[in-house]
Ligand binder design. Structure first.
Ligand code: ZN
Ligand code: ZN
Length: 389
């Protein structure tokens, strides 16, 4: 089959690789009909996530048709149409019992690697480094899906791929980012990052009753998308975000702040960016956390900072004093996608949200190298790319 493979920093190649096979009685094989490139794939592309190997198949946002099931799979049949969540979860460990699917205790065969960096291991993730399981991803014609009775959700009506594909990651991730804010009517929510996850976080915040959402980014076309969805916007290259947020909230700050940017945030002041970039290059710091620092400093006293942007390791100059002295609560996590599939599919079905609004480009799997470059450099107003094998 054809698959999009990581070949080193800033290089992906669509290669001919062996078809996946059932390795465990709980596996299914899915023929992929749609797959997307995620902002977090760029962290791999840019070489910031350790334990990638040449030839690893990328992709953790995919859906398709079941073409084969293992002997212990009872809920799926050949021919079923499914969306596959990006975290791989066993469904029966302590974490899964509590709905904490993205920290499943049984799905990372390389737990030792993750423990070295993080203390304990989270769940395995499709196409996301050997430290997180070394699972081949879904930017391919076929994928092996472990624990097939637990993760995939069947799409039984005629909803098109484009409306349900993002259940695999970015819609539930944005939703969870807003949910962690405990939104009450009248709340003002600030969202760093107006990419697809930030756009879904903003839309979710409105659905949960937020009165105002303020989106922060530097790309005018993304801010324009946020405004179309009802958000107010700040371009951090044009204003001081802390000052602006203070002005917009009568001096108090937003009730909750969502970091939908993560480890590769860009800072408008060159010197600050250079400092963090140098520390990142020398491995003294793995992530540069401008968005997170700003989210903490901006949040109102007693407010919530919700982190859904991906971080890989260590950060520097973390404003712990602000967090502690001002009674902030910080919440975070890779999304427990399995928990949100049914309720969010229901919302798509009844028209509360049509997630296809984030798509800017539809391309063939073979075009993945060009799509990665375009997405990385934000060419042609690239917001979200869907690939079809
Ligand atoms: Zn993703
Ligand atoms: Zn589990």
């Amino acid at each position: 089959m054809k698959a999009n493979c990581w070949m080193g920093r800033n290089t992906v190649e669509v290669q001919e690789v062996p078809d996946p096979r059932i390795l465990n009685a709980c596996d299914a094989i899915v023929r992929i009909t749609s797959t997307a490139i995620c902002g977090s794939d760029l962290h791999l592309y840019d070489g910031y996530i350790p334990t990638m190997e040449k030839g690893d198949i990328l992709g953790h946002e995919f859906m398709g048709e079941v073409v084969e099931v293992g002997s212990k799979v009872t809920k799926l049949r050949v021919g079923d149409r499914v969306v596959v969540p990006f975290p791989i979860a066993c469904g029966s460990c302590g974490a899964c019992d509590h709905g904490m699917y993205s920290v499943c205790e049984n799905s990372n065969p390389n737990a030792g690697l993750a423990e070295k960096l993080m203390g304990h291991t989270p769940a395995g993730i499709f196409g996301y480094s050997h430290m997180l399981g070394g699972y081949p991803g879904g930017q391919a014609e076929y994928a092996r899906v472990p624990f097939a009775d637990v993760g995939p959700i069947k799409i039984e009506d005629g909803l098109p791929d484009e409306q349900v594909l993002f259940l695999s990651d970015i819609l539930p991730t944005g939703w969870m980012g807003a949910e962690m804010c405990d939104i009450k009517p009248g709340d003002v929510i600030a969202v760093w990052g107006a990419g697809p996850v930030g756009q879904f976080a903003a839309a979710s915040a409105f659905l949960m009753g937020a009165e105002r959402v303020i989106s922060i980014d530097r790309f005018p076309y993304r801010l324009e998308r946020a405004r179309r969805a009802g958000a107010e916007t700040l371009n951090y290259e044009e204003v001081d975000v802390l000052d602006a947020l203070r002005d917009m909230t009568a001096g108090r700050g937003p009730d909750a702040c969502i970091d939908a940017v993560g480890m590769e945030a860009h800072h408008p002041a060159g010197i600050v960016h250079a400092y963090d970039r140098a520390r990142q290059a020398t491995r003294m710091e793995t992530d540069h956390p401008y968005a997170l620092r700003e989210a903490i400093m901006s949040c109102r006293n007693g407010g919530i900072v919700s982190v859904i942007g991906v971080y890989g390791g260590l950060i520097d100059k973390f404003p712990m004093g602000s967090l502690m002295n001002r009674s902030l609560t910080m919440r975070s996590g890779q999304c427990h996608v399995q928990r949100y599939l049914k309720p969010l599919l229901g919302r798509i079905r009844n028209g509360d949200i049509d997630p296809s609004f984030v798509i800017s480009h539809r391309m063939r799997l073979e075009d993945a190298p060009r799509a990665y470059e375009m997405f990385k450099h934000k060419q042609d107003k690239c917001n979200k790319v869907v690939l079809t094998p």
